[in-house]
Design a protein around this ligand. Structure first.
Ligand code: ATP
Length: 288
């Protein structure tokens, strides 16, 4: 069953088209990463799919219904990009408050244990660190045993250990059949959690595939070398970065680039050719 669907969805803010005739289906049991540069439209898409905003045109569906309908929202868990917690309440009290909104919530202890938060149960949220607040905010999305969870940049600002604790909670939910859509700027996060990655740019879907396929799609290689002399103009180089004597060239045809360097008698050493990172891949896609 399709749990979240955008059909030709467009959302405008004045002159800005944040989401532009976008189509997306998220099936039951999927874990989907939305990836894209700042301002690509990821949060707006999440806001449309979770009923926070209405599309200017087109349609969105959640669990086969309208995401603004309370009976549909029972199946939904969300952590927006920015959240506020009532500072005077203890973590356990906030969990109880949210639990009260759902017919069959997780127990407080189970939720806190799943997300490694048991030690914080009696702490007032106002006294928590930024990272601890974020972990509580993400855990709250799972209280109501949702069928689908949307997490907008869930681990921004978290240290490695806290990030891994959250990933563990998300993975367990997914392993039990839960559906997850997350946006992230952490490429390792998308790679660590999701097999499907939807690359968003300019409010549109630029690619929708596996992480490795998205990399393969652009097939850009990074050729790094050390050279004391300026390089001649070489065909097929899409960008050049310089770090002292070390040069990093991006190209779709690394073999040709290396042959050209030799043909031009460029003195170089420490040649390295490697696939691009996902970030480089999406920058290339969004520049297309
Ligand atoms: N409430 C709003 N009012 C006006 N413009 C908005 C509003 N929300 C988003 N926008 C604009 O819509 C575009 C898409 O923004 P959005 O926040 O969806 O992108 P994003 O991919 O989530 O970015 P980021 O990674 O920085 O969070 C941007 O140009 C943004 O300035």
């Amino acid at each position: 069953m399709i749990l979240a669907r955008a059909i030709d969805a467009t959302r405008r803010y004045g002159d800005v088209t944040a989401v532009d005739q976008l189509n997306l289906d998220v099936d039951t049991g999927e874990l989907v990463g939305l990836l894209g540069p700042n301002g690509a439209g990821k949060s707006t898409l999440v806001n449309l799919l979770t009923g926070v905003r209405r599309p200017s045109s087109g349609k969105v569906e959640l669990c086969g219904g309208d995401p603004r309908d309370p009976s549909t929202r029972r199946f939904l868990g969300v952590t927006p990009q920015e959240t506020g917690l009532p500072g005077a309440l203890r973590v356990g009290e906030v969990v109880d408050f949210v639990r009260a909104h759902y017919p069959d919530p997780l127990s407080k202890d189970e939720l806190l244990a799943k997300f490694g938060l048991s030690d914080l149960a009696k702490r007032q949220t106002g006294g928590l660190s930024g990272g601890q607040k974020r972990r509580v905010a993400v855990a709250l999305a799972f209280v109501g045993r949702p069928r689908i969870v949307f997490l907008d940049e869930p681990t921004t600002g978290l240290d490695v250990e806290a990030r891994h604790a959250l990933w563990q909670g998300i993975r367990e939910f997914h392993a039990d059949g839960g559906t997850v859509v997350l946006t992230s700027h952490y490429l390792e996060e998308i790679e660590a959690l999701a097999r499907r990655v939807v690359v968003i740019g300019g409010g549109r879907v630029l690619a929708d595939d596996t992480v490795s396929a998205v990399r393969g799609l652009v097939a850009i290689r990074r050729v790094s070398l050390t050279s004391g002399v300026p390089l001649p103009d070489l065909p097929g180089v899409v960008s050049t970065e310089q770090d002292g004597d070390r040069l990093h060239l991006l190209t779709a045809d690394a073999d040709r680039l290396v042959r050209d360097l030799v043909t031009h008698n460029v003195a170089f050493r420490d040649l390295e050719v490697r696939p691009t990172s996902l970030e480089e891949a999406f920058l290339t896609l969004t520049a297309a």
